[in-house]
Design a protein. Structure first.
Lengths: 500, 500
């Protein structure tokens, strides 16, 4: 397929011109958000949150200004190239979503979620679900109303899911999880019965000094070609994340907990995957709404590709082993094979963010089921902890003993984001599908990773996915780039081959 | 004087409500600016400068919206308390300044100054004034036009000066410098002839590791009660500065050059003085235009108070000497008296930012004379280097051998800021006047500093100056707080007593 280059249509040019101040406000919001996580002194929160609130209202106002909306409407009938159609699709979608919600609803949502986040923190501090329960009821109610405002074809959950993964339906997610339930469960059981894959490892208990692992992470990022200081940074935050202030300034964070060094390595590698997607955008898209990753699921496929396919591979372990040995004194006691086993442990456990590649998706499956019940059925928040416990027992055979190990572990619902979780699994599964196609094209993939030559791999990802930004909706992008639709079977095969 | 509390007038409340989004944009601009100096990867500049440009236009647009301007006009006739009159004064002034410049002029100014800054950098890289000369001609021309747009009573320089120091006239500055020329010159000559005050010291040549001086600076800031992590931060940048994102988040930077450790200590102490002014604002002013220091001169008086009056005092040296000794191995060779002499060297030299307390003002005097010539006389940029050299010879008896040591040393003119320099001297001189009054009220000032008990000093500054924010114009604030007008004689006496 040949993409016509650049923006030629004069209405599109006018739209891009007007969009520039919205872009600038979004840029500022991102910097404020990053600073809040990485630098901000504690009491700065009061003024920062007011500033963020004002900026977010402002950017919405500009987006909904009649002259802007009319331009976007008008240009739909004109003869547009691929880029230009991408601009129209992204803006129409954003405008549709913003217009769907009445201002009173937006205000209520924002008030409730900021209070419910505090209540969730309070609940966690006391491991007491009852403090969060009334707020979760409000969130459920608001989410149902949000779905009604947005509209849907089959069920309310469709409307919320689409907010995070454009074009994906509840049916799609249901299919994905039924494949997983049918095929992944037996694999997990086999892994656990075989006993060849460890469920614990002494390396978990070894402790390190932050400076030691900083050196390792910097070495890895340098090998990856991460443009530190030129177009990127790495900082520290309790929950690692990636943010972009444009194509030329993409920042990641990692965490240093002092032990279980695998966590800091894999966080860094994971976030690098997100960052690379943003760094390899087509520069022609700068300042436009089509610059940047197209959806949460596709974004997660990039981070999971680097984390799981590369970061947990034997070749990668061999590559970084000398650097680990140089910086971690305890490493003398362990071989690269030990590190490989440690990086690839499988252990059914309670906390999603600490889960391994095989059990991870069962955590998401549970959340998807509960979220769907919240939207479709007449359920109260107080019934959810019991459903959670039953679900964990059924899916992974473990039962949380505290609320913090169970229903209070994630912040998402407190933030009012229902419909987000499935994108984690979409990304995880998609990464295996991408890996299959990439390895078909790059036959010496393993030896490239072993030698630390990531250029051809990055180039493939750029060519197939990154450079398209948000021109095409996620499903179309996948079909175009991989020559087929999203298919969870690749992940099953990948796990089967890796572990059995 | 009793200040009526709070904001009661309903129009004022409406104004403050509308101002909140302007405040938010300013907040964002400050964060973006801070991040640019402290964190931003190099290539981020392209997108960052576009974002900053858009935000600055946006905040101006909101300030000049007819409904906002009309409210400010309307409320002038109403019965207002002190706070409310402060709001009106500050906003009317900002609106008047913004309205004075036609949009084409603003655009031209912004284009020329961004190009001239690049030309200045280029000129500095090659020590070649001719590369900057045509741009300086443009800046001179634009500054004359700016003065005409703003209007003035006596001479064009008045208009520009007022931008940086509200209410101060060229005549005021001329008087200040004539007092200095008449009284400070003989003192300087005497210091240099006496030979008791050193003009060089072996401590200048001693080198340190960054971590060592970081510990010292942190220790000092802790003694000062700087709320690190709660409401403030210290970071590193080549040119130290202070910025505030509100009352609860005030950040300073310092520099570590690896030798001449006095520079990093005094930079830190200087910036702390700026920061304290912002931290001790009345919290009722949060989100309003009267929160924050009232003028550059008054701000500089606060930083110079901490740098010169406290930071260069014998008591302060004794206070920090043990910490210096603990962290700097070379300190074994030196006594507190050595450190005192080193901190208080007097050496007529070429570079303003490295100048001591006595010679500093002569640097400003030269710039003031040249700037006034630029605005009032038919002069070309190419004549300025010669005038600079002559001026330095006459004032300090030194002649620059390169442009970088002379006319190319400051970035201010390249930025298009003419009329700014005098505020440095106003602040320096005012700090001595403030010190006189503070010491009259706090009789045990010296011993407090010696014991590291800064609370009463901070409290006095809060009571007398900080808590007023920008309610009163600078001259009125000084008269109210000190019981008299600004008077350069205090500085003369201070220097005389200190050095002779």
């Amino acid at each position: 397929m040949v993409i016509q280059m650049g923006f030629e249509n004069s209405t599109i040019k006018e739209i891009i011109g007007k969009y520039r101040r919205i872009w600038a406000i979004n840029h500022a919001e991102s910097v404020l958000g990053w600073d809040m996580e990485v630098n901000m002194p504690k009491e700065g929160i009061l003024e920062r949150s007011v500033a963020q609130g004002e900026l977010s209202v402002l950017s919405q106002e500009f987006m909904l200004k009649p002259e802007f909306v009319n331009l976007v409407e008008k240009v739909k009938d004109e003869n547009l190239n691929e880029y230009e159609r991408g601009i129209v699709r992204v803006l129409s979608r954003e405008i549709r979503i913003l217009k769907a919600f009445p201002p009173e609803f937006v205000r209520e949502m924002s008030e409730v979620t900021s209070k419910s986040t505090k209540a969730w923190e309070e609940a966690r501090n006391h491991d007491d679900f009852s403090k969060f329960e009334p707020w979760l009821d409000k969130i459920i109610n608001l989410s149902r109303r949000a779905a009604d405002y947005l509209g849907y074809e089959n069920e309310p959950y469709d409307a919320l899911l689409d907010l995070f993964e454009e074009g994906t339906t509840t049916k799609d997610v249901e299919n994905m999880f039924s494949v997983l339930e049918k095929n992944l469960k037996p694999i997990l059981d086999k892994i656990l019965n075989d006993g060849k894959v460890p469920s614990a490892h002494p390396l978990e208990g070894e402790s390190y000094r932050r400076e030691e692992m900083e050196k390792v992470n910097h070495w890895i990022l340098e090998k990856f070609g991460f443009p530190l200081g030129m177009r990127s940074r790495i900082d520290v935050s309790p929950h690692p994340f990636t943010t972009q202030f444009g194509i030329k300034d993409v920042r990641i964070t990692t965490r240093y907990e002092g032990s279980d060094f695998r966590r800091t390595v894999l966080s860094t590698v994971h976030e690098f995957g997100h960052a690379l997607y943003e760094l390899q955008q087509n520069e022609e898209f700068m300042f436009t709404p089509i610059a940047g990753g197209v959806s949460l699921g596709v974004h997660e496929s990039q981070s999971r590709f680097w984390e799981n396919i590369i970061g947990r591979s034997m070749e990668f372990i061999h590559l970084i082993y000398p650097v680990l040995k140089e910086n971690l004194s305890f490493m003398n006691k362990y071989s690269p094979e030990d590190v490989y086993l440690y990086f690839n442990m499988v252990r059914p456990d309670l906390i999603r963010t600490e889960a391994d590649m095989v059990t991870y998706n069962f955590h998401i499956m549970l959340r998807f089921k509960l979220e769907r019940i919240m939207l479709n059925e007449d359920i109260k928040a107080k019934e959810l902890p019991e459903l959670w416990t039953e679900g964990m027992e059924e899916l992974l055979g473990v039962r949380p003993k505290t609320y913090n190990e169970g229903i209070l572990q994630d912040i998402h619902w407190a933030h009012g984001t229902i419909g987000y979780f499935p994108t984690y699994s979409i990304g995880t599964l998609l990464s295996a599908q991408i890996a299959y196609h990439l390895k078909s094209d790059i036959r010496n993939f393993d030896s490239l990773v072993g030698r630390g030559e990531f250029k051809p791999i990055k180039e493939w990802l750029r060519e197939k996915i990154h450079r398209y930004g948000s021109i095409y909706p996620p499903k179309e992008l996948i079909k175009m780039s991989l020559g087929e639709e999203f298919n969870p079977e690749y992940f099953i095969k990948y796990v089967e081959k890796k572990y059995l």
